[in-house]
Design a protein around this ligand. Structure first.
Ligand code: HEC
Length: 92
């Protein structure tokens, strides 16, 4: 019953919380808490339609030279960036 759902919910909770916090606060400081854009471009699911996961992962890991978008490779693994991209696509 309710207990059956727990193992799924508990999958890497600390890692996910860290990523969600980073997404809301670090990415959010430029892209907006609701990701509708600010200093950075909007990162809503609609805004990312037509962009490939590979392109987005490349931009996130390497940043965009000549703009305030920093490279995240020192802080995030490729797997964490994949999680972030899934999160961006899954929420409005
Ligand atoms: C210091 C401000 C800043 C922070 C922090 C920041 N970004 Fe950005 N980001 C930008 C700017 C500015 C651009 C637009 C660059 C350009 O002109 O192409 C950008 C572009 C992007 C793009 C490409 C969007 C597109 O449509 O081409 C993605 C994806 C992105 N950021 C994701 C992230 C993620 C994920 C994080 C957090 C891990 C993050 N950004 C943190 C400023 C920031």
């Amino acid at each position: 019953m309710a207990l059956i759902a727990l193992p799924a919910l508990a999958a890497e909770p600390a890692a996910e919380q860290r990523l969600r916090h980073l997404l809301d606060h670090d990415c959010g400081s430029c892209h907006g808490m609701t990701r509708k854009g600010g200093l950075g471009l909007p990162l809503t699911a609609e805004a990312l339609v037509g962009r490939s996961d590979d392109d987005l992962a490349y931009l996130i890991l390497n940043g965009v030279p000549g703009t305030p978008m920093p490279p995240w490779a020192p802080l995030l693994t490729a797997g964490e960036v994949d999680w972030i991209i899934r999160e961006l696509r899954g929420r409005p």
